[in-house]
Design a protein around this ligand. Sequence first.
Ligand code: NOJ
Length: 478
Amino acid sequence: MAPRDAAEGATRWWKRTTVYQIYPRSFADQNGDGVGDLRGVIGKLDYLAWLGVETLWLSPFWESPQADFGYDVSDHYAIAPEYGTFDDFRALVRAAHARGMKIVFDMVLNHTSERHPWFLDARASRDAPRRDFYIWRDGKKPHGKAPPNNWRSMLGGSGWHWDEASGQWYFASFLGFQPDLNYRNPKVKAAMLDVVRFWLREGVDGLRLDIFNAIFKDPSFGDNPFSWRPAPTEDDPHGYFQRHVHTIDHPDTIAFARELRRVVDEFRDPERFLVGEVFGDARTLRRYCGEAADGLHLVFLFQTLRTRLSGPAVRALVEELEREFPEPFSPTYVFGNHDRPRFIHRVDESPEKAKLLATLQLTVRGVPFIYYGEEIGMENHSIPLHEGLDPIAARFGWVPSFLVPAFRARGILLNRDECRAPMQWDGSRHAGFCPETARPWLPVHPRARGTNVGAQRDDPRSLLRCYRALLALRRELA
Ligand code: NOJ
């Protein structure tokens, strides 16, 4: 039998790798409709190979009403037409593999779009065949018009949504148009594991698991206990005045991590990996990796998004992650993503300080995740809440504009469009993201004229060249 660690002593590829996150909508638009697409990504693979990143994680590009830009999937087997076709997806995997790169998909297991055929069916009546694919409950007596219990969504407010037609409530951990699947129904679990197998069979090298910490809810449906915490933070997901013991980090979710690992381990040549989007302190999150390292391969350690960037604070963080994730576990280092303010503002927009942070990220033991544009020091594009396309912006539209920067400074984006502006390739009108005649789906940052790949590529002192040199060094020493 092949040894569990096929590399026998050599470090497994997913521990050595560097991950580059692509938000497909914003990376490169090849067909000129102002929306990034898969052909656009293929067109930039040579750049990514030149840069020296090894694994590409793409945010979702499945069929979706795009109410949460792909995190609301309506068909797990189809590519959304604005991103391309199935052939484009296959071409992308082939082209990445041909360059020795790996491809990681975003897997949204927790919920679907409300427009997914399963939910359309579930919603049709109380005894619809797929009613039990989602989490439905009667409301509180006498009239059932109060939510079944006090469970809150991850954004605050009740996670329960009233369905007038059937007179029941359904639960959603995130937004109301993203109903949570009911993993206590074996049919749901089997159907979603089929989705996972399908894409792994297509050659996908790993999966990033969206809000994995919410998959199982407690079957008691008891109230979550009171807590004084007003809001969740990176290292503690409890908040909105309750401990989410029945909805987050449920023991059955931790057990499911191991079950999913067994499914992924069916695919061995090459080995695939799982990285979980989970929130909490390092010790809690390690549980997702399994006592015997038989759970998720990696988890995001989002403390890095908020740590004070001073010598002692960073040192304490690295020591903590080393302590909690010793071999055979591996920490992750994340300084930005499609939900968070861009990190350059945490280092006073200074490319020199950004180089220092990149040096830490790319030389410390662990797996670095680089968000597109970080390598050139892309900035947030501050866009007023009322202009936001992001559904979160609409939800927080009531927040007065003078308070928005305070949230941003705490690492919270009320309008995530700000960190999703088009990639800055050159100094032309739309920064080379789309043809000049097209209208980019989000406005290009005004600083794109100076901050772009073209301007930094030939400058040996640029941030971009620093990333490239560090990535080369990392490969050499791995
Ligand atoms: C976390 C993702 O990172 C975020 O972009 C998305 O809106 C939610 N999960 C819901 O899927």
